[in-house]
Design a protein around this ligand. Structure first.
Ligand code: TXA
Ligand code: MG
Length: 340
Protein backbone atom coordinates (compact mmCIF):
# COMPACT_ATOMS: atom_id res chain seq x y z
CA UNK A 1 0.00 0.00 0.00
CA UNK A 2 1.32 3.44 -1.00
CA UNK A 3 0.04 6.70 0.47
CA UNK A 4 1.12 10.00 -1.07
CA UNK A 5 0.88 12.45 1.81
CA UNK A 6 2.71 15.54 0.69
CA UNK A 7 0.52 16.12 -2.37
CA UNK A 8 -2.73 15.27 -0.60
CA UNK A 9 -5.32 17.44 1.15
CA UNK A 10 -5.75 17.35 4.92
CA UNK A 11 -8.56 14.79 4.90
CA UNK A 12 -6.62 12.39 2.67
CA UNK A 13 -3.58 12.85 4.90
CA UNK A 14 -5.54 11.96 8.00
CA UNK A 15 -7.01 8.90 6.32
CA UNK A 16 -3.57 7.73 5.26
CA UNK A 17 -2.19 8.16 8.78
CA UNK A 18 -5.18 6.25 10.20
CA UNK A 19 -4.71 3.35 7.78
CA UNK A 20 -0.94 3.19 8.28
CA UNK A 21 -1.41 3.34 12.02
CA UNK A 22 -3.94 0.50 11.92
CA UNK A 23 -1.52 -1.71 9.98
CA UNK A 24 1.17 -1.03 12.63
CA UNK A 25 -1.29 -1.97 15.38
CA UNK A 26 -2.05 -5.20 13.50
CA UNK A 27 1.63 -6.14 13.56
CA UNK A 28 2.52 -5.15 9.99
CA UNK A 29 5.53 -3.17 8.72
CA UNK A 30 5.08 0.37 7.36
CA UNK A 31 7.76 2.70 6.00
CA UNK A 32 7.44 6.38 6.89
CA UNK A 33 9.50 9.57 6.59
CA UNK A 34 11.52 10.98 9.47
CA UNK A 35 13.62 14.14 9.35
CA UNK A 36 16.75 12.01 8.78
CA UNK A 37 15.88 9.06 6.50
CA UNK A 38 12.81 6.88 5.90
CA UNK A 39 12.25 4.29 8.63
CA UNK A 40 10.69 0.84 8.36
CA UNK A 41 8.38 0.71 11.37
CA UNK A 42 6.76 -2.06 13.39
CA UNK A 43 5.26 -2.37 16.89
CA UNK A 44 8.31 -2.58 19.19
CA UNK A 45 6.38 -4.67 21.74
CA UNK A 46 5.37 -7.34 19.19
CA UNK A 47 8.09 -9.92 18.47
CA UNK A 48 6.41 -11.26 15.31
CA UNK A 49 6.07 -7.74 13.92
CA UNK A 50 9.70 -6.84 14.65
CA UNK A 51 10.91 -10.03 12.98
CA UNK A 52 9.22 -8.89 9.77
CA UNK A 53 11.55 -5.86 9.75
CA UNK A 54 14.68 -8.04 9.94
CA UNK A 55 13.29 -10.29 7.24
CA UNK A 56 12.33 -7.49 4.81
CA UNK A 57 15.72 -5.78 5.17
CA UNK A 58 17.87 -8.89 5.33
CA UNK A 59 19.28 -7.37 8.51
CA UNK A 60 21.70 -9.29 10.78
CA UNK A 61 19.90 -10.39 13.98
CA UNK A 62 22.62 -8.95 16.25
CA UNK A 63 21.96 -5.37 15.14
CA UNK A 64 19.48 -3.64 17.50
CA UNK A 65 16.76 -1.24 16.30
CA UNK A 66 15.98 2.31 17.35
CA UNK A 67 12.58 2.77 19.01
CA UNK A 68 10.62 5.85 18.00
CA UNK A 69 8.12 7.54 20.32
CA UNK A 70 6.05 10.73 20.30
CA UNK A 71 6.94 12.10 23.76
CA UNK A 72 9.37 11.93 26.67
CA UNK A 73 6.67 10.34 28.84
CA UNK A 74 6.77 7.32 26.50
CA UNK A 75 10.56 7.00 26.86
CA UNK A 76 10.08 6.78 30.63
CA UNK A 77 7.95 3.68 30.09
CA UNK A 78 10.72 1.86 28.23
CA UNK A 79 13.83 2.55 30.30
CA UNK A 80 15.01 2.33 33.90
CA UNK A 81 16.82 5.62 34.60
CA UNK A 82 19.00 8.27 33.04
CA UNK A 83 21.66 10.80 34.06
CA UNK A 84 20.67 14.49 34.30
CA UNK A 85 22.48 15.49 31.09
CA UNK A 86 19.85 13.45 29.22
CA UNK A 87 17.15 15.84 30.49
CA UNK A 88 19.13 18.76 29.12
CA UNK A 89 19.72 17.07 25.75
CA UNK A 90 16.05 16.10 25.50
CA UNK A 91 15.11 19.69 26.19
CA UNK A 92 17.59 21.09 23.66
CA UNK A 93 17.41 18.67 20.73
CA UNK A 94 14.23 16.67 20.74
CA UNK A 95 12.11 16.21 18.81
CA UNK A 96 15.06 15.79 16.45
CA UNK A 97 17.84 13.56 15.08
CA UNK A 98 19.30 12.35 18.39
CA UNK A 99 19.01 8.76 19.70
CA UNK A 100 19.57 7.98 23.38
CA UNK A 101 20.92 4.56 24.39
CA UNK A 102 19.55 3.94 27.90
CA UNK A 103 19.11 0.96 30.25
CA UNK A 104 16.10 -1.01 28.98
CA UNK A 105 13.32 -2.09 31.33
CA UNK A 106 12.39 -4.98 29.05
CA UNK A 107 9.10 -3.58 27.72
CA UNK A 108 10.24 -3.90 24.11
CA UNK A 109 10.59 -7.32 22.60
CA UNK A 110 14.03 -9.04 22.55
CA UNK A 111 14.72 -8.66 18.79
CA UNK A 112 14.51 -4.87 19.17
CA UNK A 113 17.50 -4.74 21.50
CA UNK A 114 19.21 -7.81 19.98
CA UNK A 115 19.55 -9.15 23.49
CA UNK A 116 21.39 -6.08 24.89
CA UNK A 117 20.30 -4.65 28.25
CA UNK A 118 20.14 -1.17 26.70
CA UNK A 119 17.68 0.34 24.25
CA UNK A 120 18.04 3.14 21.69
CA UNK A 121 15.13 5.61 21.69
CA UNK A 122 14.39 8.79 19.82
CA UNK A 123 11.62 11.33 19.23
CA UNK A 124 11.61 12.24 15.52
CA UNK A 125 10.60 15.76 14.49
CA UNK A 126 9.12 15.01 11.06
CA UNK A 127 5.42 15.94 11.13
CA UNK A 128 4.34 12.68 9.40
CA UNK A 129 6.36 10.55 11.84
CA UNK A 130 4.91 12.50 14.75
CA UNK A 131 1.32 12.10 13.56
CA UNK A 132 1.81 8.39 12.97
CA UNK A 133 3.39 7.82 16.40
CA UNK A 134 0.73 9.75 18.27
CA UNK A 135 -2.08 8.06 16.32
CA UNK A 136 -0.94 4.47 16.85
CA UNK A 137 0.02 5.01 20.55
CA UNK A 138 2.84 2.48 20.23
CA UNK A 139 6.61 2.56 20.54
CA UNK A 140 7.71 1.91 16.94
CA UNK A 141 10.96 0.10 16.16
CA UNK A 142 12.32 1.53 12.91
CA UNK A 143 15.64 1.02 11.21
CA UNK A 144 16.33 2.80 7.94
CA UNK A 145 13.94 1.45 5.28
CA UNK A 146 16.57 0.05 2.90
CA UNK A 147 17.94 -3.39 2.12
CA UNK A 148 20.78 -3.92 4.61
CA UNK A 149 24.05 -2.63 3.18
CA UNK A 150 22.47 -0.28 0.63
CA UNK A 151 22.43 3.52 1.03
CA UNK A 152 19.68 4.65 3.42
CA UNK A 153 16.48 5.95 1.77
CA UNK A 154 15.87 9.69 1.68
CA UNK A 155 12.76 9.41 -0.51
CA UNK A 156 9.79 7.05 -0.83
CA UNK A 157 11.16 6.09 -4.26
CA UNK A 158 14.32 4.71 -2.59
CA UNK A 159 12.15 2.68 -0.20
CA UNK A 160 10.13 1.32 -3.11
CA UNK A 161 13.30 0.35 -5.03
CA UNK A 162 14.49 -1.76 -2.11
CA UNK A 163 11.39 -3.06 -0.34
CA UNK A 164 8.50 -3.26 -2.83
CA UNK A 165 6.52 -6.44 -2.15
CA UNK A 166 8.27 -7.04 1.15
CA UNK A 167 6.41 -4.56 3.40
CA UNK A 168 2.76 -3.67 4.07
CA UNK A 169 3.03 -0.03 3.03
CA UNK A 170 4.92 3.22 2.61
CA UNK A 171 3.82 6.72 3.55
CA UNK A 172 5.33 9.15 1.02
CA UNK A 173 6.08 12.44 2.74
CA UNK A 174 8.54 13.70 0.14
CA UNK A 175 12.29 14.00 0.57
CA UNK A 176 13.65 13.87 4.12
CA UNK A 177 15.55 16.91 5.36
CA UNK A 178 18.74 16.03 7.23
CA UNK A 179 19.68 13.16 4.94
CA UNK A 180 21.97 11.24 7.32
CA UNK A 181 20.69 9.21 10.27
CA UNK A 182 20.33 10.39 13.85
CA UNK A 183 23.31 10.70 16.16
CA UNK A 184 23.38 7.70 18.52
CA UNK A 185 24.71 8.48 22.01
CA UNK A 186 25.36 6.05 24.84
CA UNK A 187 23.85 7.63 27.96
CA UNK A 188 24.67 4.88 30.45
CA UNK A 189 27.84 6.63 31.72
CA UNK A 190 28.67 9.99 33.32
CA UNK A 191 29.54 11.50 29.95
CA UNK A 192 27.59 10.92 26.70
CA UNK A 193 29.50 8.82 24.18
CA UNK A 194 28.82 9.15 20.46
CA UNK A 195 28.35 5.66 19.00
CA UNK A 196 27.29 6.93 15.56
CA UNK A 197 27.78 10.52 14.36
CA UNK A 198 24.64 11.98 12.74
CA UNK A 199 22.21 14.85 12.48
CA UNK A 200 23.18 16.45 15.81
CA UNK A 201 26.89 17.29 15.88
CA UNK A 202 29.42 16.54 18.64
CA UNK A 203 29.81 20.29 19.12
CA UNK A 204 26.04 20.65 19.73
CA UNK A 205 26.05 17.84 22.30
CA UNK A 206 29.09 19.17 24.13
CA UNK A 207 27.54 22.61 24.35
CA UNK A 208 24.53 21.27 26.28
CA UNK A 209 25.96 18.26 28.16
CA UNK A 210 29.23 20.00 29.06
CA UNK A 211 31.29 17.11 27.69
CA UNK A 212 31.13 14.45 25.00
CA UNK A 213 33.26 11.47 24.00
CA UNK A 214 33.46 9.49 20.78
CA UNK A 215 33.38 5.69 20.86
CA UNK A 216 36.99 4.62 20.19
CA UNK A 217 35.60 1.85 17.98
CA UNK A 218 34.51 4.56 15.53
CA UNK A 219 37.90 6.08 14.96
CA UNK A 220 40.50 3.33 15.40
CA UNK A 221 41.02 0.61 12.85
CA UNK A 222 40.79 -2.41 15.14
CA UNK A 223 38.46 -1.00 17.78
CA UNK A 224 35.22 -2.87 18.34
CA UNK A 225 32.32 -0.45 17.92
CA UNK A 226 29.88 -0.45 20.83
CA UNK A 227 27.02 0.19 18.43
CA UNK A 228 26.66 -3.20 16.73
CA UNK A 229 25.49 -1.66 13.46
CA UNK A 230 28.72 0.25 12.93
CA UNK A 231 30.80 -2.81 12.14
CA UNK A 232 29.03 -3.70 8.90
CA UNK A 233 29.81 -2.31 5.45
CA UNK A 234 27.02 0.07 4.70
CA UNK A 235 25.60 2.55 2.27
CA UNK A 236 27.36 0.79 -0.60
CA UNK A 237 26.68 2.14 -4.09
CA UNK A 238 26.55 -0.33 -7.03
CA UNK A 239 29.83 1.04 -8.33
CA UNK A 240 33.16 1.05 -6.43
CA UNK A 241 33.65 4.34 -4.58
CA UNK A 242 36.99 5.96 -3.82
CA UNK A 243 37.37 8.88 -1.43
CA UNK A 244 40.14 11.17 -2.61
CA UNK A 245 41.76 13.77 -0.41
CA UNK A 246 43.83 16.29 -2.29
CA UNK A 247 43.49 19.42 -4.40
CA UNK A 248 41.07 19.75 -7.33
CA UNK A 249 44.12 19.26 -9.58
CA UNK A 250 44.99 16.01 -7.79
CA UNK A 251 41.44 14.71 -8.19
CA UNK A 252 41.40 15.68 -11.87
CA UNK A 253 44.71 13.87 -12.41
CA UNK A 254 43.21 10.73 -10.82
CA UNK A 255 40.18 10.99 -13.13
CA UNK A 256 42.51 11.18 -16.15
CA UNK A 257 44.62 8.26 -15.02
CA UNK A 258 41.55 6.05 -14.57
CA UNK A 259 40.15 7.16 -17.93
CA UNK A 260 43.45 6.19 -19.57
CA UNK A 261 42.91 2.73 -18.12
CA UNK A 262 39.60 2.69 -19.99
CA UNK A 263 37.36 3.41 -17.01
CA UNK A 264 34.34 5.70 -17.06
CA UNK A 265 34.63 7.91 -14.01
CA UNK A 266 31.82 9.58 -12.02
CA UNK A 267 32.69 12.37 -9.60
CA UNK A 268 30.79 13.77 -6.64
CA UNK A 269 31.60 16.63 -4.30
CA UNK A 270 30.70 20.17 -3.35
CA UNK A 271 29.45 22.37 -6.20
CA UNK A 272 32.63 24.46 -6.05
CA UNK A 273 34.75 21.33 -6.59
CA UNK A 274 32.62 19.72 -9.30
CA UNK A 275 32.62 22.97 -11.27
CA UNK A 276 36.33 22.46 -11.94
CA UNK A 277 36.32 18.74 -12.75
CA UNK A 278 35.86 17.01 -16.09
CA UNK A 279 34.67 13.41 -15.86
CA UNK A 280 32.17 11.05 -17.52
CA UNK A 281 29.43 11.93 -15.01
CA UNK A 282 29.15 14.33 -12.10
CA UNK A 283 26.85 14.92 -9.14
CA UNK A 284 26.89 18.18 -7.23
CA UNK A 285 26.12 17.77 -3.53
CA UNK A 286 25.61 21.45 -2.67
CA UNK A 287 27.71 24.09 -0.99
CA UNK A 288 27.33 23.54 2.76
CA UNK A 289 27.95 20.30 4.67
CA UNK A 290 24.23 20.28 5.55
CA UNK A 291 23.42 20.18 1.84
CA UNK A 292 26.06 17.50 1.24
CA UNK A 293 24.45 15.36 3.97
CA UNK A 294 20.97 15.88 2.52
CA UNK A 295 22.05 14.84 -1.00
CA UNK A 296 24.58 12.11 -0.19
CA UNK A 297 22.48 8.92 -0.23
CA UNK A 298 20.53 9.89 -3.32
CA UNK A 299 23.84 10.50 -5.11
CA UNK A 300 25.18 7.09 -4.04
CA UNK A 301 22.07 5.47 -5.51
CA UNK A 302 22.17 7.50 -8.72
CA UNK A 303 25.51 6.28 -10.08
CA UNK A 304 24.63 3.02 -11.80
CA UNK A 305 26.69 0.10 -12.99
CA UNK A 306 26.82 0.24 -16.78
CA UNK A 307 27.00 4.04 -16.74
CA UNK A 308 30.21 4.53 -14.77
CA UNK A 309 32.90 2.07 -13.61
CA UNK A 310 34.13 4.02 -10.62
CA UNK A 311 33.04 6.96 -8.46
CA UNK A 312 35.47 9.46 -6.98
CA UNK A 313 34.26 11.61 -4.08
CA UNK A 314 36.29 14.39 -2.55
CA UNK A 315 37.15 14.02 1.15
CA UNK A 316 35.45 16.54 3.43
CA UNK A 317 36.68 18.15 6.63
CA UNK A 318 35.32 16.25 9.65
CA UNK A 319 33.92 19.23 11.50
CA UNK A 320 30.25 19.66 12.37
CA UNK A 321 28.08 17.68 9.94
CA UNK A 322 31.29 16.66 8.15
CA UNK A 323 31.84 14.01 10.83
CA UNK A 324 28.65 12.11 9.95
CA UNK A 325 29.20 12.56 6.21
CA UNK A 326 32.76 11.20 6.33
CA UNK A 327 31.65 8.32 8.60
CA UNK A 328 29.06 7.23 6.01
CA UNK A 329 31.34 7.81 3.04
CA UNK A 330 34.17 5.79 4.55
CA UNK A 331 31.77 2.88 5.13
CA UNK A 332 30.51 3.12 1.57
CA UNK A 333 33.99 3.38 0.05
CA UNK A 334 36.13 0.58 -1.29
CA UNK A 335 39.26 2.73 -1.05
CA UNK A 336 40.53 5.94 0.55
CA UNK A 337 43.42 7.67 -1.15
CA UNK A 338 45.40 10.66 0.01
CA UNK A 339 47.30 12.67 -2.58
CA UNK A 340 48.49 15.38 -0.22
O1 TXA B 1 17.84 8.51 11.89
C1 TXA B 1 17.75 7.34 12.28
O2 TXA B 1 18.25 6.97 13.35
C2 TXA B 1 16.99 6.35 11.39
C3 TXA B 1 15.54 6.81 11.35
C4 TXA B 1 14.65 5.84 10.63
O3 TXA B 1 15.07 7.06 12.63
N1 TXA B 1 17.10 5.03 11.90
C5 TXA B 1 18.25 4.31 11.81
O4 TXA B 1 18.17 3.02 12.29
O5 TXA B 1 19.27 4.75 11.33
P1 TXA B 1 19.22 1.90 11.94
O6 TXA B 1 18.63 0.65 12.45
O7 TXA B 1 19.54 1.93 10.50
O8 TXA B 1 20.46 2.22 12.81
C6 TXA B 1 20.40 2.07 14.21
C7 TXA B 1 21.78 2.19 14.81
C8 TXA B 1 22.62 0.95 14.53
O9 TXA B 1 23.95 1.35 14.31
C9 TXA B 1 22.46 0.18 15.85
O10 TXA B 1 23.53 -0.70 16.07
C10 TXA B 1 22.41 1.30 16.86
O11 TXA B 1 21.66 2.31 16.23
N2 TXA B 1 21.73 0.91 18.12
C11 TXA B 1 20.42 0.67 18.31
N3 TXA B 1 20.19 0.27 19.58
C12 TXA B 1 21.39 0.28 20.21
C13 TXA B 1 21.81 -0.05 21.54
N4 TXA B 1 20.96 -0.46 22.46
N5 TXA B 1 23.13 0.06 21.81
C14 TXA B 1 24.00 0.48 20.88
N6 TXA B 1 23.67 0.80 19.61
C15 TXA B 1 22.38 0.70 19.28
MG1 MG C 1 20.49 1.73 8.65
Amino acid sequence: KYWNIYQANEKQQQEAIMEASLLLQQGETVAFPTETVYGLGADATNEQAVRKIFQAKGRPQDNPLIVHVAAVSQIEKLVRNWPSYVDKLLEAYTPGPLTFVLPSNGTCTTSVTAGLDTIGVRIPSHPVARQLLSTCHLPIAAPSANISGRPSPTSAKHVWEDLYGKIAGVVDGGATGVGVESTVIDCTQDIPVILRPGGITAEQIEKIAGAVMVDPGLTTENGKPKSPGMKYRHYAPEVPLWIVSGSKGDIQATVHRLQTEGKRVGVMGKDSTILHLHANAAIKLGNTMEQVAANLYDALRTFKLGEVDIILCEAFSEHGMGQAVMNRLSKAATRMISLQ
